[in-house]
Structure formats: structure tokens, C-alpha cells
Ligand binder design. Structure first.
Ligand code: ZN
Ligand code: ZN
Length: 370
């Protein structure tokens, strides 16, 4: 990972943004910019160089992991160490340096943290709110990131095969999730991207129905939404299967909805290429479901970016003007949910290319009964 290049691109935004330095406090952004994977730290990206502040628990780890920034171990709080460092720097450069403006990540600081920062920094220093400076850079993945994402997606997809082995009527949703998560760890995953969703029966109509101790029953869908973290990068995939050989009274309607969701998902994937807006991709999925009379049951957005975080920019939602660029990695996941009855969702991850996209998720999408 070329951390100096990433930091350099960030610095280019300091002058237009009217700031002298940026204090990066969001851990995934810190990881992106200097490689630190721990749970406590602050990265100051200044014109002259970068400094990473962490506490003594991370002394060894930070020195091993952090690239492109000087590591400073704070003995009495990160903000205190930051304040001392900034004060010393300002003293060195004298009064000719003028007022100093420090950008902060407004979306990632609590009100209390902002106050602590304002209190701990030398007087004459201004704090300036910034939004998504690093997140915008993170939207476009480089080749190294794409390789890590591919590996995560492959491992993630193998969990669906495991789910199909264990899923059958009478098995608890939590048992299926547990088997998948155990297989993930055995295969080397650092963890799950999020709590595994195994939503059966009427619970399949809950778009985020985490696995419960409900037994899987015949005559309904099971929505399986799951992902792993591997090499720091997340995967995200959804497949929906039908339980029981006979489709039952709701069957034809359910089968029709499954086919419509799959068509919507494939239509949205076909619309993905560099230069189209995120809103256009969302519209491609929505149009198919509206035609099938299911538009009002498609209650969420079509997708989201995936990378170091499971949900990151860009949002693939109605009216989003963000223009897709080569190297963005997004999900395409339309679904329909009939409250009290059933729900269907199908989700793949794709990488945006110049003339189209590469579907990363290898699993099939045929209507499956278990
Ligand atoms: Zn998902
Ligand atoms: Zn998703």
C-alpha cells in the first residue's frame, strides 16, 4: 500500500480547504493513510509530514505497522500529546507562522471529543470541520486493495456453500449463522463484516433480520446476508433460498418475486460503468421491480460502497449524483419485502470498469429450494 501517495493526495486538498493540517480520527481512515490496525490513535497529516499518536499498548504494533508517519507514544492521553506537539511546533516556527487551522473529521468526533480537543490545543489555533475528505479518496480502490477485496469475496462466497450444507427445516437460524462464522474463521477470516443475517419465514421480510433462535420452517424464504473481513477488507453478499419442495399457497407469488428481484439485480449490474451516476444504477433496479408491480416493496437503496468498512461511499440510491469511477467497488442488492409474509434479496459485489463492471461474487443466483 502506498501510504505516502495517499497522504500526498490528501495534502493537495489543504490549500483549497483553507487548512494547514488534518487530524484524522476515524480508525479506517487512519488505517488507509498509514497502515495502523489497532483501536486507539490519532493521525496528524501536516504539510511538513505526518505524526501518529497512540498509547503505550500499541507501542510495538504501531512501530511495526505504521508507514509514512512518525510514531509518538502518548503517556497522558492522545489529545494532550497532540496539543504538546502542536504547541512545540508553533513555538519553533515563531509568530510568523500566523494563525493555524486544523481540519477535523466532523462526522467522526463526538461533541465531547471536540471540546476536549479545543481545550487541549494551544490558543490561536482554529478547528475547521471537514467532511469525507479521506472517505472520498477511499471510494476508488487501487490494485492492491482490489486484490484484497477479491480474496475476501471468494472466502465470503464459500460460506454460502456451507450454509446450503446445514440449512434444512427444523435447524435454527443461529445454528446456520454459527456454522458459517466458524467456517469463516477456520478459513482465515479476521471476523465477520457484520452480524450474519439468516432470516427465515416471515422474518425474511425484515431487511436486517439477524439470525435468531427461530427454526427454519418449510414454505418460506430464507434470506442469508453475510460477509467476512480478510486482510482488513470486507465482503458482502446476499442469497435467498426457498425451504421445502412444494411452493405452497404463496408459492407462485414468491417465485415471481424472486425472478423479478433477480432481473432487477441483473439489470442494475448491466447499467454499471464508469461515467454513470449512482442514481442511474438505482433507477435501473427500481424500474424492473416497478414493472413487476413490486416497486413499493423495494424499501431500501440499491447498494453501497465496500472496502475497509462494510458500508462506505458511494451510496447507490435514488437521486444520487455521484458519478461512478473505475476502481469503485459497490454492492448491487435490490430486495422486496412483504411484511408478515416473506422477503427476497440478492446481493453481489462489483468493481466498476470503463465500459462496464466486473462481478466479483462468484455464487449462482438460480432459484434454489432446500
Ligand atoms: Zn449484505
Ligand atoms: Zn450490502
Amino acid at each position: 500500500m502506498n501510504f505516502l501517495l495517499r497522504q500526498g493526495k490528501l495534502r493537495e486538498q489543504f490549500a483549497p480547504g483553507g487548512m494547514d493540517a488534518l487530524l484524522v480520527s476515524h480508525l479506517p481512515n487512519i488505517r488507509y493513510l498509514c497502515g495502523f490496525t489497532g483501536s486507539a490513535g490519532l493521525l496528524l497529516v501536516a504539510e511538513a509530514g505526518s505524526v501518529f499518536f497512540t498509547d503505550v499498548r500499541y507501542d510495538v504494533q504501531a512501530r511495526e505497522e505504521v508507514k509514512g508517519a512518525k510514531v509518538l507514544i502518548a503517556r497522558s492521553g492522545l489529545v494532550g500529546a497532540l496539543g504538546e506537539w502542536v504547541a512545540a511546533r508553533r513555538k519553533k516556527s515563531g509568530t510568523k507562522s500566523g494563525p493555524w487551522t486544523l481540519g477535523i473529521e466532523a462526522e467522526h468526533l463526538t461533541v465531547a471529543e471536540r471540546k476536549r480537543l479545543a481545550d487541549g490545543l494551544p490558543s490561536g489555533l482554529r478547528l475547521k470541520n471537514t467532511t469525507a475528505l479521506v472517505e472520498r479518496a477511499r471510494m476508488v480502490k487501487d490494485d492492491g486493495e482490489l486484490a484484497l477485496i477479491r480474496a475476501a469475496v471468494e472466502l465470503g462466497a464459500s460460506l454460502f456453500d456451507r450454509a446450503l450444507e446445514v440449512m434444512r427445516p427444523g435447524v435454527l437460524e443461529t445454528d446456520v449463522a454459527a456454522e458459517m462464522e466458524y467456517a469463516a474463521r477456520l478459513a482465515g477470516a479476521e471476523g465477520m463484516s457484520f452480524a450474519t443475517i439468516i432470516a427465515s419465514g416471515a422474518r425474511s421480510a425484515l431487511p436486517h433480520g439477524r439470525a435468531t433462535e427461530q427454526a427454519i420452517a418449510p414454505g418460506g424464504f430464507v434470506v442469508c446476508d453475510f460477509g467476512v473481513i480478510l486482510g482488513g477488507y470486507c465482503s458482502d453478499q446476499t442469497r435467498t433460498v426457498w425451504v421445502g419442495r412444494a411452493l405452497g399457497p404463496n408459492g407462485n407469488e414468491a417465485r415471481g418475486a424472486y425472478d423479478a428481484v433477480r432481473d432487477a439485480q441483473e439489470s442494475a449490474i448491466a447499467s454499471v460503468r464508469a461515467g454513470v451516476s449512482a442514481g442511474e444504477v438505482d433507477a435501473a433496479a427500481r424500474k424492473v421491480l416497478q414493472k413487476a408491480g413490486l416497486g413499493r416493496y423495494f424499501t431500501h437503496s440499491t447498494g453501497h460502497g465496500v472496502g475497509l468498512e462494510i458500508h462506505e461511499a458511494p451510496r447507490i440510491a435514488a437521486g444520487q449524483k455521484e458519478v461512478l469511477q473505475p476502481g469503485m467497488v459497490i454492492t448491487i442488492e435490490p430486495g422486496v419485502y412483504l411484511p408478515g409474509k416473506w422477503g427476497v434479496r440478492i446481493e453481489d459485489m462489483v468493481a466498476v470498469r470503463e465500459g462496464g463492471c466486473e462481478v466479483l461474487t462468484p455464487s449462482g443466483k438460480d432459484f434454489l429450494t432446500i
